[in-house]
Design a protein around this ligand. Structure first.
Ligand SMILES: [Zn+2]
Length: 431
């Protein structure tokens, strides 16, 4: 009895397996013909060809100019530090802060705050060109000069207050732990990174834009449904007036636990169809579900650790040479801060491709999550085209690795069309 049951079971299993095999063979065959009918590379090219040549030339020029700006920023930064030290400003500032207070923490805070203001003024010519004139030259900004300046002043105010506070804490550890400061300061950097990630969406973003509950209930319900389906605990969807700054479309999912929120900018709502909004939201939910923020903080921390080790090594070498002897007493002296920052920015310059690759890798993951969730490959491709105003669409292989913090438009469309080709038998793509 037992034996015949086993045989029966075996038969069922066998029949089951052969059915499954036949089924998958049919699927493969069906998929094969579908792919043959739908050439995803040709479909990608068709999307690429839909961009007018003169628009492509313009966005290429804008984006490629950005490569040089990374270098000019560094060179300009070096010039600012040289001016600061070798025209007597450094000595003047040190005297000023020691006269104001006898407390070394207050002295350090004031030194960094005043240095930030001096450095902002000296960097203003490059800043105003990059942030205002260049953006207008390419029709990428909607801000008037006064509006632009107002935002600059808010950013400067935040940088002066919070930046100086962070550096003041760093110098407490530099004083207490000597040559081991860089290990301790990496830990401090982690705490500030987490505070920044939690505080920024709730307190900083509203200083620049007005956030309000999303008015369109149909769009809102669609997004919340997608969030629920992916276990994202968001109950609120906000819209914000990004159109005052530019026409760029964007959205994000931020916060954690009770503060989780989905925010869409008004350009996305105005310029995109419901399918395109779904495609974008699928991507944004991907960042949240895949815990990108935590992974990013962890990876940035490793880079900061290496960066601080480099700064420690280089700063000790420079101080030993004696060029700055009359201005910087030792590692603990706050007068060494501008030099320390300069060495760190040289490190960051060389780390640019690493940073870009960390972020781009997460963006590709979010793209994939979004395609699987929203199942809107064509809408996703159309969004990639809409993003082409400020990003080069089709860079070279290494160019993308070095300079792109998102996949290029071409590769995003290719991802979408390949996904579509593999899902044609499921009825995707009929829109
Ligand atoms: Zn993203």
């Amino acid at each position: 009895m037992k034996g015949s049951l086993l045989i029966l079971l075996f038969c069922f299993c066998f029949i089951g397996v052969s059915f499954a095999a036949a089924d998958s063979a049919a699927t493969v065959q069906k998929t094969d013909t579908a792919i043959k009918k739908f050439n995803y590379e040709a479909a990608t090219q068709a999307y690429m060809d839909s961009i007018p040549q003169k628009d492509k030339a313009k966005s290429d020029a804008y984006f490629e100019g950005g490569y040089w700006l990374i270098l000019w920023n560094l060179i300009y930064g070096i010039a600012v530090v040289v001016i600061f030290y070798f025209t007597g400003i450094a000595v003047w500032l040190k005297k000023l802060v020691t006269r104001i207070s006898k407390n070394s923490n207050i002295q350090n805070f004031l030194y960094v705050a005043i240095y930030a203001l001096i450095s902002y003024v000296l960097s203003f010519p490059l800043g105003v060109y990059v942030g205002y004139f260049r953006e207008h030259q390419y029709n990428l900004s909607n801000l008037s000069f006064v509006q632009w300046l107002r935002e600059e002043m808010i950013s400067l105010g935040l940088a002066v207050v919070f930046g100086s506070l962070v550096i003041m804490v760093f110098y407490i550890f530099i004083r207490r732990t000597g040559q081991n400061w860089w290990k301790w300061c990496t830990g401090i950097a982690l705490i500030f990174l987490i505070i920044g990630a939690l505080v920024a969406p709730v307190f900083i973003s509203p200083l620049f834009n007005k956030y309000q509950p999303l008015a369109d209930t149909k769009v809102k319900e669609g997004i919340l449904s997608m969030a629920r389906a992916n276990n994202v605990p968001a109950t609120n969807v906000y819209q914000f007036d990004a159109s005052k700054q530019s026409d760029r479309i964007s959205a994000n999912v931020s916060g954690f636990a009770g503060t989780t929120r989905v925010s869409l900018n008004d350009n996305l709502l105005k310029q995109c169809t419901p399918q395109e909004i779904q495609a974008v939201m699928g991507h944004e939910l991907g960042h949240y579900v895949l815990n990108h923020i935590y992974k990013m903080v962890a990876m940035f921390l490793i880079i900061i650790f290496i960066g601080f080790a480099f700064v420690n090594w280089a700063l000790n070498k420079v101080l030993a040479r004696g060029t700055f002897r009359s201005m910087i007493v030792d590692l603990k002296d706050i007068a060494g801060y501008p030099l320390l920052m300069l060495i760190f920015s040289v490190f960051m310059f060389f780390a640019t491709p690493v940073f870009n690759t960390i972020i781009r890798t997460q963006e590709i993951e979010a793209d994939m999550f979004g395609l699987n969730t929203a199942r809107q490959p064509d809408a996703f491709a159309r969004v990639a085209i809409k993003l082409s105003t400020y990003r080069k669409m089709n860079p070279g292989y290494w160019e993308e690795i070095f300079f792109f913090d998102h996949p290029s438009g071409h590769n995003r469309i290719l991802e979408a069309m390949r996904w579509k080709a593999e899902h044609l038998n499921e009825g995707v793509g009929k829109q």
